[in-house]
Design a protein around this ligand. Structure first.
Ligand SMILES: CC(C)(COP(=O)(O)OP(=O)(O)OC[C@H]1O[C@@H](n2cnc3c(N)ncnc32)[C@H](O)[C@@H]1OP(=O)(O)O)[C@@H](O)C(=O)NCCC(=O)NCCS
Length: 305
């Protein structure tokens, strides 16, 4: 579809595969499947879920919120919920929202979903973006723990820099440029990206936040057992890992398999970590994300099961 090569994509991004949804399959379909899977693994009846936070930039529709569609599909009859839109940082920010509702004692079962169907907004004539993005994501269920040894949230550090908004955006379809013949003809309903600018932001801000977060908790990269970074580009991950001074063995990387699934990468990486037996009870886990906004974040968690 575009002038590129497998060799270029592999060398410059580390990506080999991307999964795309089937005909008629939507973001809420994938979200509902992941949510049911999470509930089943945790032994929780969907009717006992109290809150659904759905991180996505590819909702089924602008309204209603995808969280409402998922609430209905999974039978979470007592839950409220909403969508959270901050692109690739979405899951990490949604996780923090969910954690706050647990910490405050408001809720005991919070479902956090990170999912994107990027194929619905990617321009397959634009080689800067179409080689990177794929569809997918996952869900986690948050519950209060009795003690820190049963798992706990340690700390987080999130930052946005709105001055970089134009470097990664989808101009059409919002109140600035409502859908029109011109926005469609101008291909404004697709993601636009200045790759090198985003790359520089990612390689600086993401590890910066990780280092600051670790330092204020009296830790260094050496104390981290498992690092779960946003999967945007293998070169971005490697540069962050070098800065943190940790071996690649501690890092969950599955970008080769899935590409960049935006809000989906962190729960997908968690799934990879769990299914490969790399995540164990008591592990100190560092999460990191960055994306449109421009936005970035880091979070520390003591894994609980
Ligand atoms: C998009 C990205 C992969 C491009 O890689 P890059 O090494 O920065 O490449 P550049 O844009 O500097 O382009 C280098 C050359 O490769 C070419 N090129 C760009 N995309 C290409 C592709 N898919 N296939 C082949 N050549 C390509 C460019 O035209 C340029 O050619 P030139 O030197 O003749 O002008 C990279 O910038 C990136 O990953 N950025 C971050 C993106 C990101 O993380 N986005 C999501 C945020 S969550």
């Amino acid at each position: 579809m575009v002038e590129t090569s497998d060799q270029w994509i592999t060398e410059r991004t580390g990506i080999k595969n991307r999964f795309l949804v089937g005909p008629g399959e939507t973001c809420s379909d994938l979200g509902a499947r992941a949510a049911l899977d999470a509930c089943q693994k945790a032994g929780v009846d969907p009717a006992d879920i109290e809150l659904i936070v759905f991180a996505t930039i590819t909702p089924d529709m602008m309204l209603p919120a995808t969280a409402c569609l998922v609430q209905h599909k999974i039978g979470a009859t007592r839950a409220w919920g909403f969508d959270l839109s901050i692109a690739c940082s979405g899951f990490l920010y949604a996780l923090q929202v969910g954690v706050q509702f647990i910490l405050s004692g408001c809720h005991k079962n919070v479902l956090v979903i990170g999912m994107d169907v990027m194929s619905s907004i990617v321009d397959y004539q634009d080689r800067q973006t179409c080689i990177i993005f794929g569809d997918g994501g996952g869900a986690v269920l948050l519950q209060p723990s009795e003690s820190a040894s049963d798992g706990c949230f340690v700390d987080y550090l999130h930052e946005v820099d709105g001055s970089g908004g134009d470097f990664l955006c989808m101009p059409g379809g919002g109140s600035a440029h409502p859908a029109s013949k011109e926005t469609v003809e101008g291909r404004q309903h697709f993601v636009k990206q200045d790759g090198p600018v985003v790359f520089r932001f990612a390689t600086k801000r993401m590890p910066d936040l990780c280092v600051r977060l670790l330092e204020r908790n009296g830790l260094t990269g050496k104390d981290v057992d498992v690092f779960v970074p946003h999967q945007a580009n293998l070169r971005i991950i490697k540069s962050a890992v070098e800065r943190l001074g940790m071996p690649m063995e501690k890092v969950i990387v599955n970008i080769e398999e899935y590409g960049n699934t935006t809000a989906g990468t962190l729960p997908l990486a968690l799934s990879t970590a769990l299914s490969s037996g790399r995540l164990k009870k008591g592990d100190l886990v560092l999460f990191a994300a960055m994306g449109a906004g421009l936005s970035a974040g880091a979070a520390l968690m003591r894994w609980g099961y």
